[in-house]
Design a protein around this ligand. Sequence first.
Ligand code: GDP
Length: 535
Amino acid sequence: MSQSLIIFRSSGKIEYQYNTKTNPFNEFIYTLVNETSIELDANFYTASLHQKRFYCYKRESVYAALYFDAVTTLDGDKVKSTLQGILKTYNKLHEDEDEDVDKLKKLVELQFNKLMKIKLAEPTKPRSATPSGASTPIRKPGTPVPKTPLSNKKMRKWDGDQISSALGNSKTLDYSAADDSSHAVGDTSQYLADDSAFVKENELVLVNELNDILGESDDEEEEAETSSKKGFLGKLTSYFGSNIDVNEVSKKFQDQLVSKNIAPSTAKTIIEKIQNNFSSKKNVTMPMYKQALTDELTKILTPNVSTDLLYDIKRNSGSSNRAYVISVVGVNGVGKSTNLAKLAFWFLQNNMSVLICACDTFRSGAVEQLKVHVNNLKNLTSSDASSKIDIFEKGYGSGDHVVATAKLAIQHATEQQYDIVLIDTAGRTHSNAKLMAPLKKFGDAANPDKIIMVGEALVGTDSVEQAINFNNAFGNRRSLDFFIISKVDTVGDLVGTMINMVMATKVPILFVGTGQTYTDIKRLSVNRVVEMLMS
Ligand code: GDP
């Protein structure tokens, strides 16, 4: 496990480092300088890079930053108070004439280690089962996904209209003896957290809609605090009914959108449109303005093409000899493989056969990571169903290896009559033309039925450029088909990234990722997201 802490000044001087490889911090510091990290609270920032979660607290010109290996394993408040304490300690001892370096070291390390102990000792309390159709248990942003003890888990199968834990074949989800156990990427107990993730309609298993996971808290104190700080909208209630100054209100709504993680340029475009619509009108009231903005945000997020992937796949199997090909793209660490596995799990629930193709042939461990997902999914697949899942891989290599692997996988899937080929691609930096160029070649050769970009809800302003660059990467005649917005469980109501990506490309959101298990996938609820942006 890697976890590090540094204290540095805005001049770049490192004042203190613990357990430190300073290198990983460089890119994070770059996000602070460019203001692309997320400001969770005053002077408290976070970003997720290369499968590491960074946090930073700033006091005057001194910054304390740390990172951990995994995302969302700690409550942001705990991290913030630890970093505040660490900076206080540092400042106090730094000001002291007889500065005692050892004492500083000891105190800082004590606080850091205490935080890490909390991380290591995260509770493994079972997640309370929710009745089908009930809302998902609410997690605060930054809190871990509750885990269910491994031995209690039963394989799932559909029983009537809901997912059932009863299983004819009583195999448990214990993968410790599985062939690929040496490649395990985490605690296998966390694979299926949400019993209400899917709903059965007619003969199809559909992904449930995103409802209560976002922007809500089970912490009454926090809720009371939030409602007392309802923002400027609360203060503007007296305007309701009477005419408003459109420019003044526009400015405030623009700030509000930016505060929800909508990129400043995107927020400006949206607000200017509303402003222009009202420019010729004399009497504009607050409800009119709010309604116009609500309608505009709803329009942006509402897909204008079908997002019915199951229908498309079924139609394909009736009309084409080729297996249905879906490829997943995105920058590193956003959750491509995890969300690809979630899609596969959903297809398996629909009794489909899935071949997963490992086309991230660059990053060491990527193929093995996919194998673990496939093994897990195999074990989760009811043996009496017609569904099946396998992996297709040709190891590692660069250049044409990716294209060759994809072509072979599609050919194999078609010959063996798999319904779907899910192709995982290597993560790449969207701003690096050299790394983006092979995507065109890959797209031309594999000619996927759907290209899905996974984008992180955490990203913020940079998401605009990410979406545009990936959308343009496949040439003039091909673009992205869908987004999956991952890690929505980690941003509370700061859901502006969805607007950034959709508005920049007109590509609709297929699903949102709400956690690290195979059932943490939801359909977008446009109304819910707009509500959060407006609150
Ligand atoms: P890739 O490099 O893009 O393939 O990313 P991975 O699939 O390896 O995921 C990177 C990290 O993000 C892993 O720790 C995942 O468990 C985590 N992750 C993926 N999706 C989500 C999500 O929706 N919510 C949370 N909290 N974590 C996620």
